[in-house]
Ligand binder design. Structure first.
Ligand code: NDP
Length: 286
């Protein structure tokens, strides 16, 4: 589907609609700043907010949602993520309750397992993932979450989940930007009707001075951030750009009035690896 504005949606495999650009909140912990920036984002038209227990801002995100007088809760799509130390059945249920309480919400739109392999569980990651997923399935069946998914999962992690569960993940949120196209994981997800979300869609800022991207962006009278976001959309990927700067929050949403041509898409699709975090989901130590 061609997206024309921030409230246009992708449709998940369970038919839930998810607004096509999410507003990222990583590293924003100051209460006033969280409230101010989310208010700005909502005023501009963002309807999708991405947070996580580990970001230490769920309470502030909750205040921001509650105190806004532009949209109702139902018009917003709120994602959070289960932190690594809480993987396991009972611990997931408890962590979810805390997330919901901190966000002052009655339900979440999307809940993700933040990382597949966590500290201390490299050997038994299969059990850890499946215990966690059973809790996700329970919460989903109880209508406490509208969609469930994962983050930073590679195809071999997704295979574990899909071979052993009733409910397939609806989303996989991975590090993805020009210069880190994750083609194998994207292909796997798209074949299996799992929507791919891009974290670090601007390479966490590192791609913004890339000469190839600068040259292409100039042709369209856009900046590199806008090019990166548009590139995600044209690849049927949902980007989650983060900014605390009002002008950037606005320009990151101004991506619906141009189309990257096939030749430029191919150049960006095939750019060599550059600008990633270097994190390997099989080898993280947090
Ligand atoms: P991004 O790729 O979104 O880059 C954010 C950086 O780019 C900030 O320094 C921001 O600066 C800057 N920036 C944003 N827009 C512009 C612009 N138009 N021009 C110039 N600079 C700009 O990185 P993130 O790591 O924040 O990723 C996005 C979101 O993805 C996170 O906020 C989080 O929600 C999610 N995420 C998920 C992870 C996971 O493991 N699932 C891991 C990491 C992130 P400033 O804010 O100062 O304006």
């Amino acid at each position: 589907m061609k997206m024309n504005n921030l409230s246009d949606c992708y449709t998940l495999s369970n038919s839930v609609e998810i607004p096509c650009i999410g507003y990222g909140t990583f590293k924003v912990t100051d209460n006033e700043l969280v409230i101010k920036t989310i208010q700005t984002a909502i005023n501009i038209g963002y309807r999708h907010i991405d947070t996580a227990a580990i970001y230490d801002n769920e309470k502030s995100v909750g205040h921001a949602i509650k105190s806004n007088n532009v949209v109702s809760r139902e018009e917003l799509f709120i994602t959070s993520k289960l932190w690594n130390s809480e993987q396991g059945y009972e611990s997931t249920l408890a962590a979810f309750d805390k997330t919901l309480k901190d966000l002052q919400l009655k339900y979440l739109d999307l809940y993700l397992i933040h990382w597949p392999v966590v500290k201390g569980h490299k050997e038994d990651c299969q059990k850890s993932i499946m215990d966690t997923w059973r809790a996700f399935e329970k919460l989903y069946k109880e209508d406490k979450i509208r969609a469930i998914g994962v983050s930073n999962f590679l195809p071999h992690h997704l295979n574990i989940l899909m071979a052993n569960s009733e409910t397939k993940p609806m989303v996989n949120q991975i590090e993805l930007h020009p210069g880190q196209n994750q083609s194998e994981t994207v292909l796997f997800c798209q074949k299996n009707n799992i929507l791919v979300e891009a974290w670090g869609p601007l390479g966490q800022g590192k791609m913004l001075n890339n000469p190839t991207l600068k040259e292409i962006a100039k042709k369209y009278n856009k900046n590199v951030a806008q090019l990166c976001i548009r590139w995600s959309l044209q690849n049927n990927i949902l980007p989650l750009p983060k900014s605390v700067t009002s002008s950037r929050i606005s320009e990151n949403a101004n991506v619906f009035d141009f189309e990257i041509n096939n030749k430029d898409m191919e150049i960006i699709d095939t750019m060599p690896y550059s600008g990633g975090s270097g994190l390997n989901p099989d080898n993280i130590d947090f």
